[in-house]
Write a protein that binds this ligand. Structure first.
Ligand code: SF4
Length: 304
């Protein structure tokens, strides 16, 4: 049985850039702090902390370290406080998120009503609120916000990782309701493209092990894409959560992950899956010479 890693899995451009910036500074012996998680993957965070990255809950705990701004961005008052404390700022806000912040700020200055499709507590949405005086209405479910005024000029924008179904539903509904509606589709093209690629990958394999952080919106979104296409999709945070019963009698299993899942972790999961496979080989095969052993494994798997 083979564990096949999704060739298109791995970090998105924004996450890769933020990690490269942090890692370069830390490997040069520099210090660095971050407020909150740099990316939503606990194991990748642990790796960076082992290189010297420090988590702080508040900027006044930063000391003499530069402060890293996460891919989700930060509110204006974060930057103000950092300047007041005379901190060096290393800004790793994703360019796509920056663009959303600019669009929101412009709409706010023009006096427009603002609607964000997303999660009210997501760091990206909290940072977006910081660019419009926390006046944006955040929608996700079915309910129209009570304070919505359909006669006002309005901007509709999305959290970058929101699903197309949810954004399109709100767009269609609000287009009918608000005559002066500006729509800025800020959903990330990487996430949209990944959904299509992942659906193809999930359809090509009898079972999928999806690897990601439990607190990541992007992970939840992509895992659900996989599961819709292939009900034999299993979620794990790391290789210790694999259950060998998932791939009993299968000749291959696909391994994939979200925009915040590092390749090294997918590799570890793939190795663990293949190791389970070897443990279940009958003794006569295990004891055979290497060349014959591989042939026997393939044959015995075909028979199962
Ligand atoms: S998912 Fe898209 S918007 Fe979010 S950090 Fe990655 S590239 Fe940027």
């Amino acid at each position: 049985m083979k564990a096949i890693i999704d060739p298109r899995a791995g970090f998105c451009g924004g996450v890769r850039r933020a990690i490269n910036v942090a890692e370069k500074l830390l490997r040069q012996g520099g210090k660095l702090a971050v407020k909150g998680e740099l990316i939503h993957n606990r194991l990748e965070m642990e790796r960076l902390c082992n290189l010297g990255l420090e988590f702080v809950e508040d900027l006044d705990q930063t000391g003499d370290r530069p402060i890293l701004v996460r891919t989700h961005g930060e509110e204006g008052r974060f930057f103000q406080q950092a300047r007041d404390l005379d901190l060096e700022i290393v800004d790793a806000t994703c360019r796509k998120v920056k663009r959303s912040q600019e669009v929101i700020q412009r709409a706010y200055e023009q006096g427009k009503q603002i609607i964000i499709v997303g999660h009210v507590n997501h760091p990206e949405v909290i940072a977006l609120q910081g660019h419009c005086g926390s006046k944006a209405m955040v929608v996700r479910g079915e309910e129209l916000p009570e304070t919505l005024n359909p006669t006002r000029p309005t901007l509709l924008i999305a959290q970058t990782t929101v699903s197309p179904e949810i954004f399109n539903r709100w767009r269609d509904q609000l287009q009918k309701l608000i005559p002066n509606l500006e729509i800025f589709d800020s959903r990330c093209s990487f996430v949209t493209r990944r959904q299509k690629e992942l659906a193809l990958f999930a359809a090509e394999h009898p079972a999928i092990i999806f690897v990601g952080g439990r607190n990541s919106s992007n992970t939840a979104l992509l895992y659900n894409v996989c599961r819709r296409v292939n009900p034999q999709t299993y979620f794990v945070e790391n290789e210790t959560e694999i259950n060998p019963d998932w791939f009993k009698n299968l000749d291959r299993v696909g391994i994939s992950g979200s925009a915040s899942t590092p390749m090294w972790l997918l590799q570890k999961v793939a190795e663990a899956v293949e190791a389970f496979n070897e443990v279940s080989i009958p003794h006569p095969v295990r004891d055979a010479p290497i060349g014959r052993r591989r042939e026997s494994i393939e044959n015995s798997n075909k028979k199962i």
